[in-house]
Design a protein around this ligand. Sequence first.
Ligand code: PA5
Length: 436
Amino acid sequence: MPTPLSLDLAYISELVSEADITAMAPEVLDALKSLLNHTGRGSDYLGWINLPFDAEKQVAEIKKAAKKFSSCESVVSVGIGGSYLGIKATIEALGGSDKIHYAGNHLSPTSFNKLMKDLNPKKTGIVVISKSGTTTEPAVAFRILKTWVEKAVGKKKAKGLIVAVTDASKGALKALADHEGFQTFVIPDDVGGRYSVLTPVGLLAIAAAGYDIAGLLKGAQAAAKDTQSHDLPNNLSARYAAARFLLYKKGKLTEVLANFRPELHYVSEWWKQLFGESEGKEGQGLFPASVDLTTDLHSMGQYLQEGRRNLLETMIWVAKEEKDIAIPKDKDDREGLNFLAGKKLSWVNEQAMKGTAAAHRDGGLPVIRLTLDEISEYSLGYLYYFFEMACGISGTLLGINPFDQPGVEAYKKNMFALLGKKGYEALTAELKAKGV
Ligand code: PA5
C-alpha cells in the first residue's frame, strides 16, 4: 500500500543529528515493543493498535446507519474531546459538510440558540457520542436537542432519527438509549476517547457527511503496517517520536504544529488533544500548540521567529491541491504583481512554506517537516495512525501512561460540586469555604 507521508529531519540537525536518532534506537524499539506486546503502562487501552483492521467489519453497518439520515437536512453530532475532534477534523479537511453540525462541545446558550435557529427540528437527526456516557456538556446538549426534535416530530419519529455511540454496558447514555430504544454503536472498552476516531465515534458522522470511511481505514491500515515495523530508520512514527523527545530533552518544551491549509485547522485541534492529554502528566510533556499559516505569520510569526527559544515546530505541508488557481495578469499592474502572473497559487504557498521553514530554522526554531501527498480519506487515515503510534512511543519514552487522563477529573469534580450534583456536598462546602 502506498505511503502518503514523508518526514524530513534536516531542519533540526543543528540540535538533533541522525546519529543522535540512531543512538535512541534501542529505547525507541523497547517502547514500540512494549506497545505491541501490551507490556507497558496503560496496556488496557491499546485497542487502537489493531483498530484499522478490526473496524473494517463494521463499515457496512455504519454506512447503513448513516443512510437513515439521508432524509434529514441536517445531523447534529453531539460530543466533546475525543468524541468530537476527530469527526470535525476529518470532515473539515475533506471539504466540510453543510449537513453535519456540532453540539455538546461547549456550554454557551448563544451558540446553542443559533444552532437551533439555523436548523429545522422536523428534518434534523442526532448522533450522540459519549464513551463514559456521563460527560456534562454532551449530556445537557442531548437533552435539549432531543426535547426540541421530539416536540417537532413526536417521540416515535424522533427515535428513528437518533443514534447513540457509547460504552457497551456502562454509563447514563447507554441506559437512556436502551430505555428509549435508540440504535446504538459501541465504543470498545480498550480504546480511549482521543484514539477513537476510527471507531463508530468518528466513522458514523463522517459517513453521514458522505465521506469514504473505508478509505480512511485503508490509510490507517497502511500506517499500521509501516509504523509497527522494527525497521526503525523507515518507521516514521518512531523517527518523529525520537526527534521530538530529543528536542524536548534539549529544552524545547512547546511543539507548534503548523499547517498551510486552513482546512487542516481541526486536524491540529485533534492532534493537540492527542498529545496534550497523552503526555501532559506527572509534570512532563511538550505543550502542544498550533498555528494556521500563512494566516498566523501575521499574528504569531514574530514570536515564532524571535520569541523564547523553547519551541519546536512541526510543519505539515500538503503536496497536491485538488484544483489550483493561476494568478491573472493585469494590464495596469498597479500592485506590481505581474511578476507572478500565470503562476499557480499553490506554488506561491509552497515558496511561503519553504521561506518560513528556512527563516525559522535560521532563527533557532527547529522544524520537523511532514509532507502529506494530498488530503484524502486515505492520507488522513494514515496521518491519524502515524500520530497515534508516535504518541504511544513518545509517552512511553517519557515514562508516563499515555492512555489515561486523570487530570481532567479535577475540574469536573469542582463543576459537579458547584452544580449541586448529589454526592458532591462535601466538595461544595470546601469550595465555598475557599471563596470559589
Ligand atoms: O480523550 C478523552 O478521554 C476525553 O477527552 C474524552 O474524549 C472527552 O472528555 C469526552 O468523553 P466522553 O466520550 O466520555 O463523553
